[in-house]
Structures are given as structure tokens and as C-alpha cells.
Design a protein around this ligand. Structure first.
Ligand code: IPE
Ligand code: IPE
Ligand code: MG
Length: 261
């Protein structure tokens, strides 16, 4: 099978991950999750409206999806709208909803043809009905694809996701279908919106802020974090590769002792 130069580069970079199966040196990069922050400040710095910032942010997201695919990642997750983002002015919320609608209209066909599986994580019940339909349609159309998954975190909050999962498990227990003693970490992971997706190996946040803002709280238990100073609309392949490079320089220990001590 032919591979692109970037894939060969990535293959060399990640070659060490197969050299040693010990979990503390695991370096395989399967899942990258991104907190796409700084659209508003990018726009302000250029004398533009926040809306223009969000539109350019969608372009940056398209770039990130392409690079992730070239890197042979199995999953990329993009934090697009948090459960706290409802606290923004109505016109901004409406614009962000419209960008999701447009994304489904413009990008879904191409993504589907490229074999990308699309999943939306977050509370969809409280989204406008037409978006719920678009979400269901996007997932149904791409569910048989198994090469590469794009997860869009929309109306997503890590705490909200846990509340909904715990509620479902409690209902099962109450109905007598689940023994509470059978609840373990794997079952909780499986009950989350991310289901059987691997936990993110690397979480990137742009804009210079260094916080998690309610993103993948359970799944990020052992993720590596890279914080970049650039605003999201400027994020390009070089930034992505620089973040991957930082990740490659880290030692993942998962609580075990380092290899050489
Ligand atoms: C990220 O950019 C997009 C969303 C959170 C929806 P922001 O809109 O948060 O931009 P800043 O952080 O205000 O610059
Ligand atoms: C996090 O960015 C949410 C998304 C990128 C969708 P915010 O801009 O909402 O986060 P805070 O308010 O700076 O923590
Ligand atoms: Mg922000």
C-alpha cells in the first residue's frame, strides 16, 4: 500500500511505540482531541467580528481533520460547543448552530466519500430538532466506515456526559437489569458518549489558555496536554506537527515507575 511522505514521517516518529509493549512507554498516537479556542480574540485582533472568527475557525478545523487523517490517527475529537457556551449572547449561539448546519451540508458528502466515520458527542436532546436530524443522518450515513473517526463535541460537557451516563446506569439497576456491583471503569467508559473510542493520547488547546473547560474529563485521565499560543483560526499543519513532536518527547508513565529507575 502506498503512503504519503507525511505518513512515512509519522511512521518513523511512532516506530518506537512498537519497540516496547510496557504501558509506561506507550507512545502510539491514536486519538488527538483539540480544544479549538481563540476565535474571538483572533477576530478582535484583526478588527473583525467574532462571527468571522468562528467562520475562519471552521476552516482551521477542516485543516486539522486532513492532517489527522494523513497522520493515520484513528480518532480526532474537536470541541466545538460546550454546555457552558449557551451562556453567550443569542446571536453568537445561533451563529455557532448555523455553522454546524453548514458543516453537515457542505462537508458530510466529502467526508463520507473519504471513508470518515462521523460521531457527535454531547447532549443532542436539547439541540434544535433540525440539528438532531442532521446529527442522526450524519452518523447513520457514515457508521459503517471504520478507518478514521471524526468526533465533534457539540453541546458537550464532561460533567453533563457523566451525569447522563450515571442516570442511564442507575435506571438499568433500578429496573433489575444491572447489578450495581458489576459497574466497573470499563462499563462507565462504555456508557459515555465516546463509547468504545480510545481515550485521547494528546489534547491540544490553542489560544494560550491552560485549562480543560469541561472537556473529556473522564477520558483525559492520562492524556498528554499541549498548550499552544496561537489562536484557533491560525492553526495549521505546522502547529499540529509541533504538538505531535512535543507529545513524542514526553514519557507516559500511567502511574508506573519510569523505565530507567
Ligand atoms: C472558540 O473560540 C470557539 C468556541 C468556544 C465556540 P472563542 O469564541 O472562545 O474565542 P475567544 O476565546 O473568546 O477568543
Ligand atoms: C472551550 O472554550 C470550549 C470550546 C472550545 C468549544 P471556551 O472559550 O468556551 O472556554 P473558557 O470559557 O475560556 O474556559
Ligand atoms: Mg474561548
Amino acid at each position: 500500500m502506498s503512503s504519503t511522505p507525511l505518513q512515512r514521517f509519522a511512521g518513523r516518529m511512532f516506530a518506537r511505540s512498537t519497540d516496547n509493549d510496557a504501558p509506561q512507554t506507550e507512545k502510539a498516537l491514536r486519538h488527538v482531541a483539540i480544544i479549538m479556542d481563540g476565535n474571538g480574540r483572533w477576530a478582535k485582533g484583526k478588527g473583525l467580528t467574532r462571527l468571522k472568527g468562528h467562520r475562519e475557525g471552521v476552516e482551521a478545523a477542516r485543516r486539522a481533520v486532513r492532517v489527522a487523517k494523513e497522520l493515520n490517527l484513528s480518532h480526532i475529537t474537536l470541541y466545538s460547543f460546550s454546555t457552558e457556551n449557551w451562556n453567550r449572547p443569542d446571536w453568537e449561539v445561533e451563529h455557532l448552530m448555523n455553522l454546524l448546519r453548514q458543516f453537515f451540508e457542505k462537508d458530510l458528502k466529502d467526508l463520507s466519500e473519504e471513508g470518515v466515520r462521523v460521531r457527535i458527542i454531547g447532549d443532542r436532546e436539547t439541540l434544535p430538532k433540525d440539528i438532531q436530524t442532521l446529527v442522526e443522518d450524519a452518523e447513520a450515513r457514515t457508521q459503517s466506515h471504520n478507518g478514521y473517526t471524526l468526533q465533534i463535541a457539540f453541546n458537550y460537557g464532561g460533567r453533563d456526559e457523566l451525569v447522563r451516563a450515571v442516570g442511564r446506569l442507575a435506571a438499568e439497576a433500578k429496573a433489575g437489569r444491572l447489578d450495581p456491583k458489576a459497574i466497573d471503569e470499563a462499563m462507565i467508559s462504555q456508557s459515555l458518549d465516546t463509547g468504545d473510542a480510545p481515550d485521547p493520547d494528546l489534547i491540544i488547546r490553542t489560544s494560550g489558555e491552560q485549562r480543560i473547560s469541561n472537556f473529556l474529563l473522564w477520558q483525559a485521565a492520562y492524556s498528554e496536554f499541549v498548550f499552544l499560543d496561537c489562536y484557533w483560526p491560525d492553526f495549521n499543519r505546522d502547529h499540529f506537527m509541533a504538538a505531535v513532536d512535543q507529545y513524542q518527547g514526553r514519557t507516559r508513565r500511567f502511574g508506573a515507575r519510569p523505565e530507567d529507575q
